[in-house]
Design a protein around this ligand. Structure first.
Ligand code: ATP
Ligand code: MG
Length: 458
């Protein structure tokens, strides 16, 4: 029997003294019984929001219309929700009305899965478990409370939640629940993309995220959530461990650390355009020309559709765009600097993480890559030398060039600065004001001003 966490006992006492009940509910009870780390401690009570607000000094009315207030108690936040039933779901998205319920049992009955439908009385420590959630935790299964088909038609997001919990907890999905997911998939089209996104991101952060994607494919959900991924089914590619692009992308996702959703997203989508770019030449060899750039563009589309923040999307797309580099020991130091300059100082580590994930997606196991390790060392050396890798690192700027080299501001200035940067990346010893001024003047005269003048004559 799990123990009630000490820090919520005083909350239970305050409610009990006023004649109310207080239960720990939902994910915390599930995770305690499953022996997993507990995150939020969510509470349920028969007190109505205005009573809760009266009893606690620091409260935030986070969702009073749904019966939820957040209390700040000894530096921690807790959501306390009044027992409720959720009456009608006419749109399969959210209840039309929320009615308060007199007992915890009724409140538990509105919840999605047996493992989420348990409560612990904060005062007595008694477990309330009307649907045998504890048994299902022992048997390691996700089972809908009541009739699965009805539960999924009330709120279609639950089909994704079932898969997410199965993968997070490493449970199976009970047969009738699984069958109902297969039948209810189309309903997901009515769920808001923000809710879908949040579930997907949680799935991606489970150790075996690939299993979530396979389950979504088997149950037909992927068609609604990430149809582009299905294009890779049956498209063979060079990989020891994966029979097709689809499976390669899944394995690659698992190859990135679970704590790095950005790298996992990049891994999931890095070859997403391979099926669309596939060509076979006369010799029967298969190519995926330009799949890096096209995959980056598809990632922008897909992640935009899923309402990810723009910064996140740009970051993931950038990694995908650059994932095809191939290092060899013959690279000069200048080549290493060009690589870092192209990818960006602050992105190069992440790109190597994506490469490691990609390699895992090909081999199905972690294997040290001596080439990448060497590249890593050489990048560190280049960065330690603090040589110029961006225009901002040059020993002069556009104002200097305008004043002292007579180069007009505008598009030509950009061309000159980029040329100076290339020069300095090739040979860092050139990065001094005097030298760059001379180079700039000559470049501008010979390559911009004079050719333009002769164009005009002809
Ligand atoms: P986590 O916080 O790790 O995602 P959780 O179980 O706490 O897991 P929440 O989404 O925070 O999940 O919801 C808390 C509880 O509310 C759940 O355990 C479940 O009892 C109930 N619940 C949440 N969403 C739904 C839903 N869509 N349908 C039915 N019950 C739900
Ligand atoms: Mg929670």
């Amino acid at each position: 029997m799990p123990r009630v966490p000490t820090r919520i006992r005083p909350i239970g006492s305050i409610l009990a003294e006023a004649g109310y009940r207080c239960y720990l509910v939902g994910g915390a009870v599930r995770d305690m019984l499953a022996g997993r780390p507990v995150s939020d401690l969510d509470l349920a009570t028969d007190a109505e929001p205005r009573d809760v607000m009266r009893l606690f000094r620091r409260v935030i009315p986070t969702g009073v219309e749904h019966g939820t207030v957040t209390i700040l108690f000894k530096g921690q936040q807790y959501e306390i929700t009044t027992f409720r039933t959720e009456a009608d779901y006419s749109d399969g998205r959210r209840p039309d009305s929320v009615a308060f319920a007199p007992t915890i049992e009724e409140d538990l009955a509105r919840r999605d899965f047996t493992v989420n439908g348990m409560a612990i009385d904060v005062q007595s420590g008694t477990l309330v478990d009307p649907f045998d959630g504890a048994g299902d935790i022992q048997r390691r299964v996700i089972r809908a409370i009541g009739e699965p088909r009805d539960r999924f038609s009330e709120d279609s997001l639950r089909v994704l939640r079932a898969i997410r919990f199965a993968v997070q907890l490493d449970f199976s999905i009970e047969a009738r629940t699984l069958a109902a997911i297969r039948e209810s998939g189309a309903g997901i089209a009515r769920v808001s993309l923000e809710r879908i996104r949040d579930e997907l991101l949680k799935m991606l952060q489970a150790g075996d995220a690939a299993r979530a994607l396979r389950l979504m494919r088997e149950t037909g959900l992927l068609e609604y959530v990430l149809p582009e991924l299905l294009e890779g089914v049956g498209v063979a590619q060079d990989s020891e461990a994966a029979p097709d692009v689809f499976e390669h992308l899944l394995l690659s996702t698992n190859g990135a650390a679970a704590e790095r959703p950005d790298i996992r997203l990049a891994a999931l989508l890095h070859d997403i355009a391979k099926p669309r770019t596939r060509v076979e030449d006369e010799d029967g060899a298969v190519h995926f020309y330009g799949h890096d750039e096209q995959s980056a563009q598809m990632a922008v589309e897909i992640l935009g559709r899923l309402r990810l923040p723009k910064r996140e999307i740009d970051h993931v797309a950038h990694l995908i765009r650059h994932h095809m580099f191939s290092y060899s020991p013959e690279w000069s130091d200048a080549a290493v600097r060009r690589f870092v300059a192209r990818v960006g100082r602050d992105k190069v580590d992440d790109l190597l993480l994506l490469r490691a994930a990609d390699t895992y997606g090909k081999l199905g196991e972690r294997r040290a890559d001596p080439g990448i390790r060497e590249l890593r060392r050489r990048i560190d050396r280049v960065l330690a030398q603090q040589s110029a890798l961006t225009i901002g690192d040059l020993a002069l700027d556009g104002n200097d060039l305008k004043r002292d080299a007579g180069i007009p501001a505008g598009r030509d200035m950009g061309t000159v600065l980029r040329f100076l940067l290339e020069t300095v990346i090739d040979d860092p010893s050139q990065n001094s004001r005097e030298t760059l001024l001379k180079i700039a003047q000559r470049f501008y005269r010979e390559r911009i001003a004079v050719p333009r003048a002769s164009d005009a004559e002809s």
